[in-house]
Design a protein around this ligand. Structure first.
Ligand code: IVH
Length: 676
């Protein structure tokens, strides 16, 4: 065949693929079946293989790797797939237990917990309708997952049909997909560890590729079950075993802190003998009713925690020490080390925390060091092997300037009045390093969640002056981008779409995004409940109003002096105020929404005074919020109900409520109202 003819055939196939892609991605209306698309893709790849002169940036061969493919359909989880908070020692576990008993206002210190190995794999949700596996989702961001049913169907120990008695109409189970250590040895290829390999295999577009990998599944929990008759976590797990699922044989009920420690030690010592990687134990309140009373914070349940194993260590050498600048201006020293494998992952950087840490451990370039890695966090330097120190290894002089050339300062900690150990660049958005980090935070998953604006893209757009401040994200000059390498029609269209979508944002995400120090997702949520709307939040820009508001914040659970000082500092900085104001102009910020519209406290505000007998103040507050109400901390005309607990109520408050004709309930009446 003539070259021209081959090129013509190839181009027409590429055009077709482009058309299919457009319909699929931009219009959500696939023109052909996945199978047909794959056949087209294969024929393009075959042509390219045969005729080396064929190349096109729209070719499927340009999409290498196993990045989450946009081709998986996104589906909302019926119930969010939360993550777990971590414990690292006995004290953390003690705190976990006491938080639970405080929340439940229970005197009982020995609460039954299910202890389960924490499998280091990839989580997935499986929904069975009348016993038939009919939906399979990846965790995604916890709210929206990807439809990976076809790939899950290839996993041998996942039942496709449940056989047994009393199978619920809807059964959504959750569990971990993993590759056994031995199996991993046979398929390793390019993967750093079994977890990566499991993730990669699960995201294959072609499920025949997934089928080649020996994936396995352990059930550890559930989402929706209708109807449900389970009373405890362990009962659920046992039933799953009866119904043919694999459950971990090391699951066990424990009762006390001592039991927890014993079990943790036992499993940690034996983990090496297991055929799968585990990175800790998960402890869950066994009683499902107590679980539901405890509920969740924004990211993780109050009824469960991951108790991590102590980390793995390795010996290496420091090649260099460099500094990194964070979004708050913090200057963090990082050791560049000779690559070494720690717990299956190749490590070439280790954090040195701050100047004091380097001095205390006397860490020098050229030193032989021991590093350790725990979970996904960046490895740390544990100690220096001074016997191996070369005479020429000089003491490290910590730079006093930021990478941008500006001076740095150690702040005085406003609470302790002592000098901070962290040096910070004081230039804010004027420092290119800080500005880029702030922008990366703003576009991150937890904040504006803008797909297509990854770290490298932000660096590039900043350098090219396409984006300087957060508000610029929403005023991008797309024509300019069109001239850049790697930016085709499709990627620009997708970016536009993602940015357009991000313009509508909830108040809590907005507050989190602007990056006030010490205001994480949970605090942002608390603040958004307090302010209710961006209009009220904007009062923080005005000095006189700000002072008053900050005083009131003290009443909010979870907001302490550190947060209040930090908010004050943030808004005292005029540049911050300007940046935030400009950003607000670009956005549609939704008022804080009370989730459960049909709740019995819908649009009602409740206040508590005095302590209760049966439940804690925190649980009472959650009860109101989960049922559509708002908890206030001052009495005003706006208040609907004042609940007076039996123990030490404040008389003045009751009198004032009477004066304002606010409805008053005593402890008993309050329980009755809540069917407690
Ligand atoms: S419970 C809301 N149990 O760990 C409860 N998770 O860091 C959340 N995992 O996303 C999960 N083994 O992928 C639970 N026995 C176990 C687990 C387990 C592994 C993973 C899971 C989850 C992550 C949380």
């Amino acid at each position: 065949m003539k070259k021209e003819l081959i090129k013509k055939e190839y181009d027409s196939k590429i055009d077709l693929a482009k058309k299919y892609n457009k319909a699929y991605f931009d219009e959500d209306k696939p023109l052909v079946s996945d199978r047909e698309y794959d056949l087209l893709k294969i024929s393009i790849l075959e042509l390219e293989k045969k005729y080396f002169f064929l190349k096109d940036k729209y070719s499927p061969s340009a999409n290498v790797g196993y990045k989450p493919s946009n081709k998986f359909q996104k589906i909302n989880h019926e119930k969010p797939m939360l993550s777990l908070s971590n414990a690292f020692n006995k004290q953390d576990m003690k705190d976990f237990l006491s938080k639970i008993s405080n929340f439940l206002n229970s005197q009982e210190s020995n609460i039954a917990l299910s202890s389960e190995p924490k499998i280091d794999g990839i989580s997935a949700s499986l929904t069975y309708k009348n016993g038939l596996l009919s939906k399979g989702l990846s965790r995604g961001d916890g709210i929206v997952g990807e439809d990976i049913l076809q790939n899950l169907l290839t996993i041998k120990n996942i039942p496709k049909k449940i056989i047994g008695k009393n199978i619920p109409k809807i059964l959504e189970i959750r569990g971990e997909i993993y590759i056994g250590k031995k199996d991993f040895e046979t398929i390793k290829n390019n993967f750093a560890n079994p977890r990566n390999a499991a993730g990669g295999s699960l995201r294959q577009k072609d499920s025949r590729e997934t089928a080649k990998i020996p994936l396995k599944y352990f059930v550890y929990g559930f989402g929706i079950i209708e109807p449900s008759f389970f009373k405890t976590q362990i009962e659920f797990i046992e039933k799953m075993r009866d119904w043919g699922f694999s459950v971990n044989p090391l699951n066990k009920v424990v009762q006390s802190l001592d039991d927890i420690e014993k079990q943790h030690k036992l499993i940690e010592e034996n983990r090496i003998n297991l055929d799968y990687d585990i990175d800790g134990l998960v402890f869950k309140v066994n009683d499902l009713e107590l679980q539901s009373r405890l509920g969740n914070t924004s990211n993780s349940p109050r009824w469960a925690i991951a108790y991590k194993f102590s980390s793995e260590k390795a010996v290496t050498k420091i090649k260099d020490i460099v500094i990194q600048v964070g979004r708050t201006g913090a200057i963090t020293p990082v050791a560049k080390v000779e690559p070494v494998t720690v717990g299956g992952v190749v490590v070439s950087n280790a954090t040195l925390h701050n100047e004091d840490e380097i001095n205390r451990k006397d860490i020098r370039i050229g030193d032989v060091i021991i590093i350790q890695r725990a979970g996904d966090v960046i490895p740390q330097v544990v100690s220096v092997d001074k016997t191996k120190r070369h005479k020429k290894n000089k003491k490290y002089n910590f730079p006093t300037k930021c990478l941008c050339g500006s001076i740095t300062k150690k702040e005085i900690n406003l609470l302790t009045n002592k000098e901070d150990s962290v040096r910070r660049c004081i230039k804010g958005y004027e420092c290119s390093y800080i500005a880029k980090e702030k922008l990366k935070h703003i576009v991150s998953k937890e904040a504006f969640n803008i797909d297509g604006l990854g770290k490298k893209v932000i660096d590039k757009f900043w350098d090219l002056k396409i984006i300087k401040f957060p508000s610029d994200i929403f005023k991008i000059n797309y024509e300019k981008i069109g001239h850049l390498e790697g930016w085709g029609e499709l990627s620009i269209k997708n970016l536009k779409k993602a940015i357009e979508k991000a313009k509508t944002v909830s108040l809590n995400r907005f507050i989190y995004s602007i990056g006030i120090r010490h205001i994480g997702q949970e605090n942002a949520k608390i603040l958004s409940g307090f302010f209710g709307s961006i209009k009220r939040f904007s009062l923080l820009f005005i000095l006189s109003k700000r002072k008053k508001i900050l005083k009131n914040l003290n009443d909010l659970d979870g907001i302490g002096d550190t947060q209040i000082k930090s908010i004050e500092n943030f808004f005292s900085n005029l540049k911050n105020v300007e940046v935030v104001k400009l950003l607000i102009l670009e956005l549609n910020i939704k008022d804080f929404k009370i989730l459960n519209k049909k709740g019995k406290f819908n649009n009602k505000s409740v206040m508590f005074t005095g302590g209760f007998d049966k439940i804690s103040r925190s649980e009472a507050k959650v009860l109101v919020e989960d049922n559509g109400g708002k908890v206030l901390s001052t009495i005003s005309k706006k208040l609907d109900i004042l609940v007076v607990g039996d123990s030490k109520p404040i008389k003045k408050k009751i009198e004032k409520a009477k004066e304002l004709k606010v409805k008053i309930l005593n402890e008993k009446e309050w329980y009755k109202l809540n069917n407690l």
